[in-house]
Design a protein. Structure first.
Length: 181
């Protein structure tokens, strides 16, 4: 996030804007006037590499799990296209920094997410993974991005509350941290 120190910006995209002084803005234009975000070069490069991997994996997932046209296939295609579009838009509208940082701005596939159960206060960590995971799932808490937990966490940010509907009932989490390996 970038802190701006300006007296005024009269117009942005033809819309009159407010007077600015020490107001935070990010890529989504939370204040409605300027869209700026800063991220480390290492995270930027990982996001670009990640986009390429997801584009390639998309067809493998369709062939493996959704080979026939169905509502589930359309849901997956919509999920993955929105996911790719979100990350693509983000990397196109950011500034890179030399600052070393392993924190990701939002949950992506292969990120490690720390969440707190709103009801119990219990803290858990999940690694959001591909359904083609080759590692031993007993080595940690993994959540496929096709699972209810994985789908619910994708693209969420620190501080977001997420309601996850599972066969065993609903769980509400608050996202505490997001890291990339």
């Amino acid at each position: 996030m970038v802190w701006l120190y300006k007296r005024a910006i009269p117009f942005f995209n033809g819309v009159a804007c407010c007077i600015l002084k020490h107001l935070p803005f990010n890529v989504y234009g939370d204040r409605g006037c300027i869209k700026i975000s800063v991220i480390s070069k290492s995270i930027y490069e990982k996001l670009i590499e990640h986009l390429v991997e997801i584009e390639e994996e998309k067809n493998e997932v369709i062939e493996e799990y959704y080979y026939e046209m169905s509502a589930e296939r359309l849901e997956f295609e919509t999920l993955i296209e929105n996911y790719i579009s979100h990350i693509d838009k983000y990397v196109k509208n950011m500034k890179k920094s030399d600052k070393k940082n392993t924190n990701c701005p939002f949950v992506i596939i292969e990120s490690i997410v720390e969440v707190e159960d709103i009801n119990s206060g219990e803290v858990e960590r999940f690694k959001i993974v591909s359904p083609f995971l080759t590692a031993n799932p007993l080595d940690g808490d993994f959540a496929s991005y096709l699972s209810p937990i994985g789908k619910s966490l994708l693209l969420k940010k620190i501080g977001d509350h997420v309601l996850i509907e599972t066969p065993m009932g609903n769980i509400e989490y608050e996202i505490k941290s997001i890291e990339l390996d």
